[in-house]
Design a protein around this ligand. Structure first.
Ligand code: C2E
Ligand code: CA
Ligand code: CA
Length: 540
């Protein structure tokens, strides 16, 4: 960047150059007129040469003119270059280098101008926020070059549909904004535009012969007529509506409504509450019985997280797990729950197993197996009593990483079950390539087994699959005796569900185990350490 002083110096130098050149021309016209003919005549050998002083003055003039001309040439070149640099700086400041869309900074002023124009014509303006769904997967699975290609192509398709009307900005990452005028009484025109944007973006993008696919979630807000300075507020509202569309299942659009703002506030209060709650130990394990359907005996427990929130009461994991995943707290939360569960389970009869659910986000952590081993060692808990449940959706993640993780867990002696089976469209090949120890049939099939023929058929084929692969099966969601009887007619497996009671806190689980004489007399202490101490006492 040139400073103001530099620029002033340059201008001064340019003026001096111009002055010298002009003076040279004036002098040349004045003296050259009489001197030049004499010089030429002397060169031709006709007559006496001019005065030496005058010749020098003439040469000096010629030199000055050449110098002036050169300086002028340089100057025009410099000006052109400076103009080019300034243009480039403007482009850098206003345009996104990857897609050549406007950027976050430049969209505001441009949108203000567009609103002013539209208002004059009596039109309204729509702010459309577009966010690609699961764009991170495209990047993770195919590399950043693929992600870039998808962003470029998406921008190109949006531009094609806008066809010169309205503005297009990339606000960062995989987020685009469109600002476009429309006849105030025809919001359906905006919806048509948005529908074509959604379908254009969901068409596959070819990248080196691979079809990259995504969908897009869209939020729309419209400008109140005649209120300048509102572009940022409108973008914010479109953003809120876009999040609403995402939460409602992605690949759709939503118009902004005032109630969404309070939803956003609730959500950020939840986030803050979860952060505080993790630190304050408000997250606790509950336990659901797992039954050997053949004998009716308790085989173990599945740990299910609960948030005992001082403000909200007992909160379901369906609400807080996805948020903990999003705000990067799931690892810490899960580890704390597992520590508590191992402490609880040590007082149970050692033949009882403990199952814990692991989020796909945790499976992306290459250190997960090591972290889990450390927790097991610290709790002095035999790995063979621990079962990890991973959902089918983790198979869509980085399969190589998941494979090595499951293998190292198994090497440590931990068993691994595939949870919610039947809902995630995993292929037989994937199922065979991963060394699972057990399949859990998703509760949606089990609960409907009597009413829905398809559910019964699916369960039967999962059982056949399990037999074929040598994988034992657990059926979850057994709510009543009729379902249990139907299931038992299909074969032998484990089961769980409300028929055996709701998930319970640790104290209730202990009380029930005590009644069944399945509680150790010497709970909570490190059994081997206690044994060692006892031996030493005896020897002493
Ligand atoms: P899941 O692993 O499929 O757990 C079973 C869910 O079904 C539990 O819901 C349980 O209360 C419920 N359930 C049990 N029996 C019945 C029944 O007979 N009928 C019906 N309709 N439902 C039954 P919950 O406790 O609300 O947990 C929901 C999900 O949250 C779990 O589904 C699991 O995916 C997840 N989750 C729970 N704890 C954790 C955790 O510590 N970490 C992770 N990553 N996820 C967890
Ligand atoms: Ca589970
Ligand atoms: Ca399940």
């Amino acid at each position: 960047m040139r400073s103001g002083k530099d620029r002033l110096d340059n201008t001064r130098r340019d003026l001096v150059t111009l002055g010298v050149a002009l003076a040279a021309i004036v002098l040349f016209v004045g003296t050259g007129g009489s001197v030049l003919p004499k010089v030429l005549r002397a060169i031709a050998g006709q007559g006496v040469g001019p005065d030496r002083l005058l010749v020098n003055a003439l040469l000096l003039n010629i030199a000055l003119i050449i110098f002036g001309w050169r300086r002028y040439r340089e100057l025009t070149g410099e000006v052109a270059e400076r103009r080019k640099a300034e243009e480039q700086a403007r482009i850098l400041a206003e345009l996104d280098p990857l897609t050549a869309c406007l950027n976050r900074r430049s969209i505001g002023p441009e949108a203000e101008a567009l609103i002013a124009n539209a208002t004059e014509r009596g039109e309204a303006v729509a702010f459309v926020m577009l966010d690609l769904d699961k764009f991170k997967h495209v990047n993770d699975a195919n590399g950043h070059a693929a992600g870039d290609a998808m962003l470029k192509e998406s921008a190109q398709r949006i531009r094609g549909i806008l066809d010169g009307t309205g503005l297009l900005a990339r606000l960062g990452g995989d987020e685009f904004a469109v600002v476009t005028p429309f006849p105030a009484n025809q919001p359906e025109q905006v919806e048509r535009l948005v529908q074509s944007l959604i379908s254009a973006i969901s068409k596959p993008v070819d990248f080196d012969g691979i079809d990259l696919e995504t969908t897009v979630s869209v939020g729309i807000s419209t400008s109140a007529p005649d209120s300048p300075g509102q572009a940022q507020a409108m973008l914010h509202k479109a953003d809120i509506a876009m999040y609403h569309a995402k939460r409602n299942g992605r690949n759709r659009f939503a118009w902004f409504e005032d109630s969404m703002e309070s939803e956003v506030r609730f959500r950020s209060e939840l986030e803050a509450g979860i952060r505080r709650g993790v630190a304050a130990g408000e997250f606790v394990p509950y336990y659901e019985k797992q039954i050997d359907l053949d004998t009716g005996a308790i085989a173990g427990f599945e740990m299910l997280a609960r948030w005992e929130s001082p403000n909200l009461g007992v909160v379901s994991p369906e609400l807080f797990i996805p948020i903990a995943e999003e705000i990067g707290l799931i690892g810490e939360l899960s580890e704390s729950l597992i520590r508590q569960a191992l402490r609880d389970a040590r007082s149970w009869n050692p033949k009882l197993t403990l199952s814990v659910n692991i989020s796909p986000v945790q499976l992306r952590d290459p250190w997960f197996a090591q972290k889990l081993l450390k927790i097991l060692v610290e709790a002095n808990f035999p790995p063979s009593r621990l079962e990890i449940e991973v959902t089918e959706s983790c198979l869509h993640e980085n399969l190589g990483l998941v494979h090595s993780l499951i293998t190292s867990l198994k090497n440590q002696g931990v068993t691994v079950s595939l949870d919610d089976f039947g809902t995630g469209y995993s292929s037989l090949a994937q199922l065979r390539s991963l060394p699972f120890d057990r399949i859990k049939i998703d509760r949606s099939f089990v609960t409907n087994i009597l009413e829905d023929k398809d559910s019964a058929t699916i369960i039967q084929s999962i059982i056949a699959l399990g037999e074929g692969l040598g994988l034992p099966i657990t059926a979850e969601g057994i709510e009543n005796e009729a379902v249990l009887a139907e299931l038992r007619s299909f074969g032998k497996f484990k089961g769980q569900g409300y028929l055996y009671g709701m998930p319970m806190p640790a104290e209730c689980t202990q009380a029930e185990l005590a009644q069944l004489d399945l509680l150790l007399d010497q709970p909570n202490e490190d059994a081997s350490a206690v044994g060692e101490a006892a031996r030493q006492t005896a020897a002493g």
